[in-house]
Design a protein. Structure first.
Length: 115
């Protein structure tokens, strides 16, 4: 079992920045993958940033160059640093972790980007 607790969501104007954090209940190095997904209103949950085996990080096409995934092994934390935010970045952001074949999700944190 892996528990994930997100924080840092809120309302920000377009062009602004916001950082999300996720605290995990177990050491990061024991996980196969960790990252962030987003669910916009009326849409399916989609990958935003995903780190595989602590090595390669993948980003969704719409956030490349604007978002950065950062992890702190000692603090068992994962951050999503978001800049140059657009209204289409609005949604619920979920922290995700995978251990072997099991997927774990946080409760989600709302990000609203106003025009």
């Amino acid at each position: 079992q892996v528990q994930l607790v997100e924080s840092g969501g809120g309302i920000v104007q377009a062009g602004g920045s916001l950082n999300l954090s996720c605290i995990l209940s177990r050491p990061i190095f024991s996980l196969n993958a960790m990252g962030w997904y987003r669910q916009a209103p009326g849409e399916q949950r989609a990958m935003v940033a995903l780190m595989i085996s602590g090595d390669k990080t993948y980003y969704g096409d719409s956030v490349k160059g604007r978002f950065t995934l950062y992890r702190d092994v000692m603090k068992k934390a994962v951050w999503l640093l978001m800049s140059s935010l657009k209204t289409e970045d609005t949604g619920i952001y979920y922290c995700h972790a995978r251990n072997l074949a099991e997927d774990y999700w946080g409760q989600g944190t709302q990000v609203t980007v106003s025009s």
